[in-house]
Design a protein. Structure first.
Length: 121
């Protein structure tokens, strides 16, 4: 507690973008095969995919942590093509991978931002 009685945070929040819980369909390309997964949450900066990190490690011979992703947003006329970099893997109760978006184009970021705003209202 600080001198005013408020709890002192022991870590700094690193997120720049607001994140929402959402289960959205994502198709990712892995070793020439398409894999269908679901998001746990999403922001304009990245998303968390419900995907066993061990499966990803076993099927990624190039050791590249960059993925081609196709996000399906409700009420959007086309899939959103993204490139994402895996920045964290989690095992256990919340098993999955955190993906940070790389090189978003204007249409893609606007589509994601529009979806997020519609969910927050």
């Amino acid at each position: 507690m600080d001198y005013l009685g408020a709890p002192v945070l022991k870590h700094t929040e690193k997120r720049i973008f607001q994140r929402i819980e959402a289960e959205l369909r994502v198709s990712l390309q892995l070793e020439g095969q398409s894999l269908q997964v679901i998001t746990s949450n999403i922001s304009c900066g990245g998303m968390f995919l419900k995907l066993d990190p061990e499966y990803l490690a076993q099927n990624n011979k190039s050791k590249s942590r960059v993925l081609d992703l196709y996000l399906y947003l409700p009420n959007y006329h086309k899939q959103v093509k993204l490139i994402g970099q895996i920045c964290r893997k989690e095992k256990g109760q919340r098993s999955g991978v955190a993906v940070k978006f790389k090189g978003l184009y204007d249409d893609n970021i606007l589509a994601i931002e529009s979806y997020l705003k519609s969910q927050l209202n």
